[in-house]
Design a protein around this ligand. Structure first.
Ligand SMILES: Nc1ncnc2c1ncn2[C@@H]1O[C@H](COP(=O)(O)OP(=O)(O)O)[C@@H](O)[C@H]1O
Ligand SMILES: [Mg+2]
Length: 579
């Protein structure tokens, strides 16, 4: 057991105490109080047995004959009540702890910037918020249960044993002390296995999530068996590790049981010898053996608790490893408030590379006039979406300056920058929620009328009304019930609702058929009215109306100007559109 409280465990436990456990200290003391009562009444049992044996069975004392059953019933009642309430309060503490840690961890995870998510897969995060936090709570409960209840119970029983015979007590306890070194070794091995198991579980979660998200691809390519095999391998690996954990962790109680057996055998031999030579009463010996048998149970559960506590420590380590990343990736609410008047945008010699090292922008400079439409064109991979990512402060530039209305966005808070921008992107996420709430995502506190108005403007209204419950229809897990074009129109409706001065359209109409695109062209036109709009599109007809074209190529600006100017002066522009 001791090994748990050495080295890295102590700061971790201190931290857990300070951050979470501390808030339940009243509850914990109440539990400990109840456990004390429980332990005391448990330790009284062998004493009662001694009295029953010596006074009633041997001396045939009538007063004791009536007193003993009453005392036993009384003690059992106290024990039952204390046991019930201690379990109740302990659970309250445990579930409170889970809730507190989940809230914290989830807030920290969600608050992280995009970069964080490229290095942490969702399965890994999921298993931390779910099972691993439960592991920490279990360990904490076991800690108090084990140390308050079992340790106190054992201490009580040992006192009873000492009272019967100091000699026998010392001999039997030294038998248990032999277990110390092997238990230490077992704990070390266990820690390693638990860590492996956590990692394996996280990978398993990741695969599950991925296969549910990609269910259409799996079905379309008839890859069910392939996925079943892949997930099956994780299931088998997890089973193997969990079997190993059981086989290792069961060694400790087994060892303790064996040693306890040896101690009892020795006590019967040595105590019997004392009894025969009249140095001990039968009652004393019976009480001693009963105490010894009883003490082996809490000692065994103390060692069992060691397993759960070891697992909990590993989980706590993983919990804090995510929490501690927060400061590195935290979205900075602090920073200047961006004052956006008309929404003029300027890039000045911007260099940028993604965390994986891809150099996406190499010295990009341009200006975009306020309230006008600018089109970003260029082959895929040329850096168009990256410009949006930087404007939204998803990432930081490596060098160079990005200005919105002459303010460096580096100095501005992330939230105030994003508050002035509406994005309709290539990838549209539909929440498993009602149509109304999906559109309402565009602006907090939007009324139903405003939502319907936005839906009408984005040409969503008709198809939404045709759904079984209109605006209250659930759009399904990941928007499975919508076509690509419908999803894009929902995204456009969100942008209408957002009503931001800067509008970013990243292939916003690419999933629409020409007829639908024509239909919503009018509403898009209305949406872009008076806003600084940047359009990324591959269709010439969509970008032609922009007052300025910026042609990107390999992370640099290849050409700039109006459609006519580029047509006349930039052969690459003509090539791009095949004209
Ligand atoms: N999240 C990312 N992590 C790493 N590299 C990326 C990421 N997104 C884009 N890239 C890379 O950056 C370059 C520019 O990409 P992008 O701006 O998306 O191009 P476009 O939108 O013009 O098609 C490409 O080489 C692309 O592979
Ligand atoms: Mg793109």
């Amino acid at each position: 057991m001791k090994v748990l409280f050495k080295n890295e465990a102590i700061p971790l436990i201190k931290r857990l105490y300070h951050d979470y456990i501390r808030h339940y200290i009243g509850l914990i003391f109440a539990v400990i109080g109840l456990l004390l009562i429980l332990s005391a009444s448990t330790s009284l049992q062998p004493l009662l047995l001694q009295q029953a044996f010596d006074k009633v069975f041997k001396e045939k004392d009538i007063t004791y004959l009536t007193l003993m059953p009453i005392a036993i019933i009384l003690i059992c009642t106290v024990q039952a009540v204390a046991s019930y309430y201690s379990a109740l309060l302990m659970n309250k503490f445990g579930s409170g702890l889970i809730a507190d840690m989940r809230k914290d961890l989830y807030r920290h995870i969600i608050d992280n910037e995009i970069e964080f998510y490229s290095s942490h897969d969702s399965g890994n995060l999921l298993s931390r918020v779910t099972n691993e936090i439960i592991g920490i709570s279990n360990a904490t409960q076991v800690f108090f249960n084990a140390w308050a209840r079992q340790a106190i119970t054992s201490a009580g029983l040992i006192v009873v044993m000492l009272y019967q015979s100091v000699e026998l007590t010392l001999i039997s306890l030294s038998a248990l002390a032999i277990a110390f070194y092997p238990v230490m070794r077992i704990t070390k091995r266990l820690k390693k296995l638990v860590r492996q198991s956590s990692e394996q579980n996280a990978k398993f979660n990741a695969r599950l999530l991925e296969s549910f998200e990609g269910i259409r691809v799996i079905k379309a390519f008839a890859k069910e068996d392939f996925e079943i095999n892949k997930v099956g391998q994780y299931i088998i690996d997890i089973k193997a590790i969990s079997n190993k954990i059981i086989s290792v962790s069961s060694l400790t109680p087994t060892l303790m049981q064996l040693l306890a057996g040896i101690a009892v055998a020795f006590v019967i031999w040595y105590g019997g010898y004392q009894l025969i030579h009249d140095r001990m009463t039968e009652g004393k010996l019976i009480a001693f053996i009963t105490s010894l048998l009883m003490v082996s149970k809490p000692i065994r559960s103390l060692t069992n608790a060691g397993t759960i506590m070891t697992a909990g420590l590993v989980n706590a380590e993983r919990f804090y490893s995510i929490l501690d990343l927060h400061s590195k990736y935290a979205s900075r609410h602090e920073g200047a408030k961006l004052q956006v008047d008309s929404g003029a945008i300027a890039f000045q010699d911007v260099f940028f590379e993604y965390p994986n090292g891809t150099k996406a922008l190499r010295g990009v400079s341009f200006t975009m006039e306020a309230g006008k439409k600018t089109a970003l064109v260029g082959h895929s991979g040329s850096g168009k979406s990256t410009i949006f990512n930087l404007l939204l402060k998803f990432y930081q530039t490596k060098s160079g300056v990005i200005l919105i209305d002459n303010q460096d966005i580096k100095e501005a808070s992330i939230h105030s920058v994003r508050g002035h921008i509406a994005l309709v992107s290539q990838e549209i996420f539909i929440f498993d929620d009602t149509a109304s709430n999906n559109i309402g995502y565009g602006r907090e506190g939007a009324t139903q009328e405003e939502i319907i108005e936005a839906a009408k403007a984005a040409k969503c209204h008709d198809f939404i009304m045709n759904m079984p419950s209109g605006y209250d229809t659930k759009l399904g897990f990941f928007g499975q019930n919508l076509s690509g074009g419908q999803k894009q129109r929902i995204a456009i409706a969100r942008a209408f609702l957002r009503n931001a001065p800067i509008l970013l359209l990243d292939e916003a109409t690419s999933a629409l058929d020409p007829k639908t695109e024509m239909e919503i062209q009018g509403s898009l036109e209305k949406l872009t009215q008076g806003r600084t709009t940047i359009i990324i599109a591959h269709r010439l007809s969509t970008v032609m109306k922009a007052s300025k074209m910026i042609m990107m190529d390999g992370g640099t600006v290849k050409a700039m100007g109006t459609h006519e100017e580029l047509l006349a002066n930039a052969p690459a522009y003509r090539d791009l559109f095949g004209i």
